[in-house]
Design a protein around this ligand. Structure first.
Ligand code: KIV
Length: 291
């Protein structure tokens, strides 16, 4: 039975930890689903880890819809959440509702996520009232990277910690079913988690959250430049898939050049009749017969 936002709420009530991951295409969605994650986020991080941008800012609604469709086809049990990209909800509640409707109707998501606290609470309220589960996201909100001055730890002072708690409470009050806490001090994440009835999903926020999310590519080392060693400190190190892919392609290219590939097993002999015909060079009609 496919997981729902209601199931995630029940998991918090039952003190069950929630495992989430991002995915952006059919095969990784299938793999994540088969691995048993509770929810898959089609995050706007796809702009960075799939499309090669240096932030999530250029990602469009069409990008998210395109990738969410593929993920929705691959995820049978996990809850699929579509991320609302930069400036697809900040202009008005109506714009936010339209974007949420597009991700649900065209993309096949079963919930949406947006960034920000109290300023987006009324949009959250409207989307939830329309029947769409909404996940919030506070702390480091990557769509505001230019205003925040980089991807760095947030809420470092008592005043900003209080603001973050108020933002989380405003989202809960507006009807959000869960909130991502990104790059916040772990004691603050614990305090927010204790205050909320809805689950907190941490990324770089320590073990005190109700669940965790990671960007798949960080977790498995799927980077176009594996030697660069770019792996955020908060991401676990579970595989070196980038190195494995590059090595497989390097060996393939070497085998093509040396004639080792394709091997007889990779080719098709055809029927005995065809082989006999082709062996008789005289029987083969010239490509451009001269009359
Ligand atoms: O876009 C994304 O992948 C995210 C996660 C990092 C939470 O927002």
């Amino acid at each position: 039975m496919a997981r729902t936002a209601v199931d995630l709420l029940a998991m918090k009530a039952g003190s069950e930890r929630i495992a989430m991951i991002t995915a952006y295409d059919y095969p990784t969605a299938r793999l994540a689903d088969a691995a048993g994650v509770d929810a898959i986020l089609v995050g706007d991080t796809l702009g960075m880890v799939v499309l090669g941008h240096d932030s999530t800012v250029p990602v469009t609604v069409a990008d998210i819809v395109y990738h969410t469709r593929a993920v929705a086809r691959g995820a049978r049990d996990a809850l699929v959440i579509g991320d609302m990209p930069f400036f697809s909800y900040q202009m008005s509640d109506e714009q936010a509702m339209r974007t949420a409707a597009t991700l649900i109707q065209d993309g096949g998501a079963r919930a949406v996520k947006l960034e920000g606290g109290a300023p987006v609470a009324s949009a959250v309220r409207r989307i939830v009232a329309a029947g769409v589960p909404v996940m919030g996201h506070v702390g480091l909100t990557p769509q505001s990277v230019h205003a925040l001055g980089g991807f760095k730890l947030q809420a470092r002072t008592p005043a900003s910690a209080n603001r973050l708690i108020d933002d989380a409470l405003a989202l809960e009050d507006a009807g959000a079913f869960a909130i991502v806490l990104e790059l916040v001090p772990l004691a603050l994440a614990e305090a927010v988690t204790r205050r909320l009835r809805i689950p907190t999903i941490g990324i770089g926020a320590g073990p005190g959250c109700d669940g965790q999310i990671q960007v798949l590519h960080d977790l498995i080392g799927l980077d176009g430049d594996p030697e660069r060693g770019h792996r955020p400190r908060h991401a676990g190190h579970y595989a070196d898939v980038g190195v494995a892919i590059r090595e497989a392609i390097r060996r393939y290219a070497a085998d093509v050049r040396s004639g080792q590939f394709p091997a007889p097993d990779n080719a098709f002999a055809g029927s005995a009749e065809l082989r006999a015909f082709l062996a008789d060079g005289a029987a083969i009609r010239p490509v451009n017969p001269v009359s």
